[in-house]
Write a protein that binds this ligand. Structure first.
Ligand SMILES: N[C@@H](CCC(=O)N[C@@H](CSO)C(=O)NCC(=O)O)C(=O)O
Length: 219
């Protein structure tokens, strides 16, 4: 039976899960939740995620939320299908994947998401981007990217010489980041740039990126 993903194609958190579903060649249905109408802040959606945020996923009687947890579930459930994202046959490699999944959510995302908010969400609320917030977080992100540059000079991908869920977790927010005037923060770091070009060119993400139209005319 097809998995049901509740969210919005342009939302980076929904796109994170869709990218994983495509890598695993999983059959799913995207059920749109209208953020602009506040559908995510009321029942029935609140019963799927009490924090009132997209995405949520239903697989039979299992209902999940948090895009990274949903992606990890999908990667485990379909571990023998499509690309192995969690290195389930190697305890050591799987542990490295877990380290860099945490790095994305604990180091990279906290610096990246305020920048994305300023460029894409603030204007929707009629506010100009707050340059002080952008600058403060660019400095933090630069320090994180310096660590990435060194690591990626030693391994092709973050967890090793294999593409994993850790790399995938970065795709959707970084896609929007590369559309801002701050893209040079990645482009000026050769190993990070090469890594970004490699992971964002994967067919599973390309399928998703075409619908990631935040900030474009009419959105
Ligand atoms: N840690 C959670 C964050 C979900 C989230 O921020 N969802 C956003 C859209 S994705 O950018 C959202 O629902 N925003 C609307 C709101 O917060 O009101 C996850 O990874 O699933």
């Amino acid at each position: 039976m097809a998995l049901k993903l509740y969210g919005a194609a342009m939302s980076p958190c929904t796109s994170r899960v869709m990218t994983c579903l495509h890598e695993k060649e999983a059959d799913f249905e995207l059920i749109p939740i209208d953020l602009f109408a506040g559908e995510h802040k009321q029942l029935p959606f609140l019963a799927k995620n009490p924090f009132g945020q997209i995405p949520a996923l239903e697989d039979g009687d299992l209902s999940l939320f948090e895009s990274r947890a949903i992606s990890a579930y999908v990667a485990e459930k379909y571990k023998e299908a499509g690309h192995d994202l969690i290195r389930y046959q190697s305890l050591k490699e799987a542990a490295e994947v877990k380290v860099w999944m945490e790095v994305e959510s604990q180091q990279y995302h906290p610096a990246m998401s305020p920048i994305i908010f300023q460029f894409f969400a603030a204007p929707l609320q009629g506010k100009a981007p707050d340059q002080a917030i952008i600058d403060e977080n660019l400095e933090k992100l630069g320090k994180v990217l310096d660590v990435y540059e060194e690591k990626l000079s030693r391994t092709k991908y973050l967890a090793g010489d294999f593409y994993s869920l850790a790399d995938l977790f970065h795709l959707s927010f970084t896609y929007y980041f590369m559309k801002t005037p701050c893209a040079n923060l990645i482009n000026e770091r050769p190993h990070v740039k090469a890594w970004w070009e490699d992971i964002s060119s994967r067919p599973a993400f390309q399928k998703v990126a075409s619908a990631m139209t935040f900030g474009e005319k009419g959105n």
